[in-house]
Design a protein around this ligand. Structure first.
Ligand SMILES: *Cc1c(COP(=O)(O)O)cnc(C)c1O
Length: 515
């Protein structure tokens, strides 16, 4: 036994130094400063949002890492070098630099990745969670946020079509972690010994059969779950890039015949490349026939449950064993807020094989059923649902329906424009708010396939560098193409006309330079 006497305790602090430290701390914790800086911040953000809605400023403030990094390093010295300036002045400078060098997702001409122009007011609720540091793991650490999370799981799950009282779910930090958690639950349920023993019993590793266009996190999950990424098999797609149910039926039959253990089928609603929704009822039939766990990655598309016009796209989702939905995609709240849903309540405890719910705190049986840490990778977890909770409570389901309807509609409008134009080729019909297309100049330029691809890459680069629009580039069936996701409900038809005009003029400049 080591006696406490053998510990070397530091000398007592000099009383003056101690008081100085306490005073510096008090300044950082000052409620008055919170108020004045907070008021200033909200005013600045409100002004910034108003300017963006007027289409002022660049969409992406493009600066290379070589330019940004030294400035970022320098800001860490603001307190010392500019000590002559007041706290308020230094705060304003920091807010300013973050706004000026950040990405303006709220610019109506941001139509790039699947990250939304989030509902600004949702951020106020997030700020509340952050400032009061509401965290979860066990109920008593975050009683209100835990309750709100449970209420949202119940409500959204029922909205999607799960039977109240029979299902369960959890909230985690993003879709990637949500897919991993759900597939871990599938693994532990389908192979009950794998949690303790892994797959070392000499049996072949199970396979995961996933939509061929799955998000990369699904393959990663196969790696992390000990299957090996090579055991993540692709499910064949139909010409609309949806899982072909007939081919899936044959694939599962063959795997069963070969005695290959099957972890799950992972379908997509929708898959990211073009936003294709799998036909979930057909896939559910196939999975049931072969007694295979059905998982659906509905990170992007789960929100269509809110829309009368589009909810048919996820019909059958309620029949899957597990699925995930990102609220920070099409529910338009700030990142991160991802939901995992389980058709059966009991699955919630399978992820980490805590089959005795009272395990967490034997003195309060029943509490563990609500403790979030029982079912999540995280121990401490931020109040991820506050933005969604606040928005839902203030505006109701109608707002979420409107956001889906308007952004999906605007994508149809873009599709029709592309189709009508002689020099644009839409590469698919949009089911969601994702549109992939190419600019293909008239034959007189005689460009080959690779040159058209290069031209499109250059167009996109010039476009984002100019700050006028933000779109992304992609490859579809080996072709380089442009990709837009209409993630800002304030984008108008005029913006889209302007996009086509900008692409044309950028292409013309580049083709001229080549001549
Ligand atoms: C966005 C997305 C993911 C990843 O989710 P994150 O929240 O970014 O981790 C996974 N799958 C699909 C279909 C997505 O759209």
């Amino acid at each position: 036994m080591t006696s406490t006497k053998s510990l070397h305790l530091t000398e007592p602090m000099n009383p003056d130094a101690f008081t100085d430290a306490q005073q510096r701390i008090a300044a950082a914790y000052s409620p008055e400063s919170l108020k004045s800086l907070g008021t200033d911040l909200v005013e600045r953000l409100s002004q910034h949002m108003a300017e963006l809605q007027q289409r002022e400023h660049s969409v992406l403030n493009w600066n290379s890492p070589e330019e940004n990094l030294p400035i970022a390093r320098e800001t860490l010295n603001s307190h010392a070098e500019h000590a002559k300036e007041s706290l308020a002045e230094r705060f304003q400078k920091l807010v300013d630099v973050a706004i000026r060098r950040g990405h303006n997702l709220h610019h109506p001409r941001y139509i790039g990745h699947q990250v939304p122009a989030s509902i600004p007011i949702a951020g106020l609720f997030d700020a509340m969670g952050a400032i009061t540091n509401q965290v979860m793991a066990i109920y008593e650490m975050g009683p209100w946020v835990t309750s709100v999370e449970r209420a949202l799981i119940e409500r959204w799950g029922a909205e999607i079509g799960l039977t109240p009282g029979t299902f369960d779910g959890l909230v985690t930090h993003g879709g990637s972690l949500a897919n991993l958690t759900a597939l871990l639950t599938a693994r532990n349920t389908v192979f009950p010994k794998s949690w303790q023993r892994g797959f070392t019993d000499g049996n072949a590793s199970p396979v995961l059969v996933a939509h061929a266009d799955s998000h990369y996190c699904v393959t990663r999950s196969a790696g992390m779950l000990g299957l090996g990424t090579e055991n993540c098999l692709k499910a064949k797609l139909d010409p609309l890039r949806r899982i072909d149910p007939q081919a899936l039926d044959e694939q599962l039959a063959q795997l069963r015949k070969d005695n290959r253990p099957i972890l799950a089928v992972s379908a997509a609603a929708c898959a990211t490349p073009i936003g294709a929704f799998d036909q979930l009822n057909d896939i559910a039939d196939v999975c049931r026939r072969h007694d295979v766990w059905m998982h659906v990655d509905a990170a992007h598309g789960g929100a269509v449950s809110m829309s009368k016009r589009h909810r048919h796209l996820i019909s059958g989702l309620e029949r899957s064993d597990s699925f995930i939905c990102d609220a920070h995609k099409m529910m338009f709240v700030s990142a991160l807020c991802a939901f995992v849903f389980y058709r059966e309540k009991a699955y919630r405890y399978a992820a980490f094989q805590q089959d005795a719910p009272y395990l967490f705190d034997p003195s309060t049986p029943g509490m563990a059923e609500i403790d979030s840490g029982m079912s999540t990778v995280e121990c401490t977890k931020r109040a991820a649902v506050y933005g969604l909770w606040g928005t839902w409570s203030l505006f109701g389901e109608q707002l979420f329906a409107d956001l889906v309807d308007v952004t999906f509609e605007m994508t149809q409008i873009l599709y029709r424009k592309l189709e009508a134009a002689e020099d644009f080729v839409p590469l698919h019909q949009p089911q969601a708010n994702i549109q992939v297309f190419r600019y293909v100049p008239s034959a007189s330029y005689g460009l080959n396939e690779a040159e058209v691809g290069e031209l499109n890459r250059q167009i996109r680069w010039k476009l984002i560098e100019s700050g006028k629009f933000y779109i992304v580039q992609t490859h579809l069936d080996g072709q380089a193409a442009l990709r837009t996701t209409l993630m800002n409900p304030l984008t108008t038809e005029d913006d889209l006309n302007e996009l086509l005009a900008e692409v044309r003029s950028s292409a013309a400049t580049q083709l001229k330079e080549k001549e």
